[in-house]
Design a protein around this ligand. Structure first.
Ligand code: HEC
Length: 262
């Protein structure tokens, strides 16, 4: 193989301009090549940046943790990059692409990368358990109606009666559901209230200040039963005021003994 060294080796040269078609390998470090690619294909680069920004914004809007979104985006990028690399390897003679051609190749690479990534993440075991162990005992709800409203608005996350719709088996939705349920149960699990009230004493507060149920939960008309009307919210809060343990001052104290009168 011929030596690449010349007296002008400090001059940054686009690797793809290597004149030897017999040598499909690209020289130069990947960062510099990425910058070169970005500056020679501004339209593609802009679209990619907008796509990433939209994916992140959408992810926040629907409550999909960035902890999941960012690795997924990175995976799509890596697969797309790999496909592009393989494609270039087979056409070493072509020095550079027009913007339109680069756009088509880039779009195809990202689309295939997304499909492959989507398939691959289905193999992850996380998010499949859909567990609903039996609980140790619920609060003494003031009425059946209070329980019904709590079940509609809160039990999808804070109980051992989580209803998992079919789409909750598809990654990354399954990951998101698992994470929300795990986090929510850790804070307060109303099914285990008898042995572990957790943060139940903040129940009235988080409903009153609109913190719960989380706004992402009822986006796109999903879980409409959890979206309480003003009247339902008032009804629920009245019921919770008459339920021990739902506010800091109200009902029995967490450590004050939960006797029922004797
Ligand atoms: C989509 C799942 C989901 C639903 C539905 C939901 N929560 Fe939560 N809840 C969470 C998560 C996740 C946390 C922990 C993170 C946080 O505090 O935002 C939490 C935290 C809480 C906390 C602890 C907050 C604190 O700072 O002490 C309380 C209390 C609570 N939720 C009550 C409720 C009540 C009451 C409802 C129904 C009106 C409800 N939640 C509906 C997911 C949910």
């Amino acid at each position: 193989m011929a030596s690449h060294r010349t007296e002008a080796e400090d001059q940054p040269m686009p690797a793809s301009s290597a004149h030897s078609p017999a040598a499909p390998r690209h020289d130069g470090d990947p960062v510099r090549r990425a910058v070169t690619t970005a500056t020679t294909h501004p339209v593609v680069t802009t679209l990619v940046v907008i796509g990433i920004a939209l994916a992140i914004a959408f992810s926040i809007y629907v409550g999909l943790d960035l902890f999941f979104t960012i690795p997924i985006l990175v995976m799509i990028g890596v697969v797309a990059w790999g496909l592009h690399w393989l494609w270039r390897r087979r056409r070493p003679a072509e020095p550079s692409l027009s913007n339109a051609a680069a756009g088509r190749v880039g779009f195809a690479a990202v689309a295939i990368g997304a499909v492959l990534t989507f398939g691959a993440i289905q193999l992850a075991p996380y998010g499949r358990s859909h567990s609903n162990p039996s609980g140790t005992g619920e609060p003494q709800w003031a009425s059946a109606r209070t329980r019904e409203l709590m079940k509609d608005a809160c039990y999808s996350c804070h109980s051992n009666e989580v209803h998992y719709p079919p789409y909750a088996s598809i990654a990354p939705i399954s990951w998101m559901v698992q994470r929300h349920v795990d986090e929510a149960r850790e804070k307060v699990n109303y099914s285990n209230f008898a042995t572990d009230p957790g943060e139940a004493e903040n129940t009235i507060e988080v409903i009153e200040n609109g913190e719960m149920p989380p706004s992402y939960f009822t986006r796109f008309g999903l879980h409409s039963e959890a979206k309480l009307t003003d009247a339902q919210r008032k009804e629920l809060i009245d019921g919770l005021r008459a339920t021990p343990g739902m506010s800091e001052g109200g009902g029995q104290r967490r450590d004050g003994g939960r006797g029922d009168g004797d």
